[in-house]
Design a protein around this ligand. Structure first.
Ligand SMILES: [Zn+2]
Length: 327
């Protein structure tokens, strides 16, 4: 790495990554902290061709070439790394997210490229290995769902019909969220409905038995006591806050999510909503707090460190084939 100080602001980042060698060094150091490894066979005997900024595998059975993009969400993209890295910086550090139109204008790429970049970056932001929330000692977790989507009455007829098809009639997508009050971390996902089975499966998968689970009075949560959780309910209308019995933490997350969707995203189809939720979860879980004073550069480094091993093709994005990402 060159002798420049690591950037702290967007402007410094743009200047810093203007040098293609700096970009390659940085992404390589994130992907392969102990030296480059062949992206095809995993071999360690590789040689760097600095004029072309690619590696050649010296393993006799492989002999393939790879770049720092191979096998990452940047794979097969003709866009240079400085645009990619600037886009990552923008996505993780703009509080309400950034639209493909802003990316298009700021980075001078087509809107289609911008849209594709955004989705690939969001995939990289999705946290791979979750441990369960809460704890057997009654660790507190708030659980709630929210409806997201355009007002069907204001939608173009074609879009409205498609939306109804996708959402089973109500024209809105449902996001279910959980907030671990001790860890101050959120997890959220799009769910097909708010039936008891759906919600309870998500809780069983995501929260340790023995935890205290705070929900509203929805019938879908009624049998949680029988599942070895301590269940506390809050009725939103007449007792919003009853001591510890509230879901204000997750409510704050919903406001952030909706503000971002309203301000920045013209239309988010349910298929893409999950990725947008991943993006917002990343920003929320990596926001600066007193105990964890993360800055813009920290969030950026964390995001880039997550790109390895994740890839997303155009066909996958548009829903034609399943994802191949192991994450
Ligand atoms: Zn190889």
């Amino acid at each position: 790495m060159k002798n420049n100080a690591f950037p702290k602001s967007l402007l410094q980042a743009i200047r810093y990554f203007a040098d293609p060698d700096v970009c390659v060094d940085f992404v390589a150091s994130m992907r392969w902290p102990n030296g480059a490894v062949c992206a095809h066979c995993g071999g360690h005997k590789v040689s760097y061709l600095s004029t072309r900024r690619i590696w050649k595998c010296m393993n006799r059975d492989c002999h393939k070439q790879f770049s720092v993009k191979t096998g990452s969400v940047f794979e097969d993209s003709p866009l240079p790394l400085d645009k990619w890295l600037t886009a990552v910086w923008l996505v993780v550090n703009c509080k309400n997210g950034i639209s493909s139109y802003e990316i298009m204008r700021d980075l001078k790429v087509t809107q289609k490229s911008a849209w594709f970049m955004l989705h690939r970056i969001r995939l990289a932001l999705r946290e791979g290995n979750w441990s369960k929330m809460g704890g057997q000692d009654g660790g507190p977790v708030e659980v709630d769902e929210t409806f997201v989507g355009p007002d069907p009455r204001k939608m173009h007829r074609g879009r409205r019909l498609r939306s109804i098809e996708l959402n089973g009639g109500h024209g809105k997508a449902i996001v279910m969220g959980m907030l671990d009050r001790d860890a101050r971390k959120v997890r959220a996902q799009v769910v097909p409905n708010v039936k008891r089975g759906t919600l309870q499966d998500a809780i069983l998968n995501g929260i340790e038995k023995g935890s205290t689970v705070y929900t509203d009075g929805w019938v879908g949560y009624e049998t949680l006591d029988a599942q070895d959780y301590i269940h506390e309910t809050v009725t939103h209308i007449d007792e919003y806050v009853r001591g510890h019995v509230h879901t204000q933490g997750i409510d704050n997350f919903w406001s952030l999510l909706k503000r971002g969707l309203k301000g920045t995203y013209v239309a988010v189809e349910p298929f893409h909503l999950d990725r947008y939720v991943d993006e917002q979860v990343f920003r929320y879980n990596n926001r600066a707090t007193k105990d964890n004073p993360l800055n813009d550069a920290d969030r950026f480094v964390l995001a880039v460190s997550q790109i390895a091993g994740k890839r997303l093709t155009y066909a996958e994005l548009t829903g034609k084939v399943e994802e191949t990402s192991p994450a």
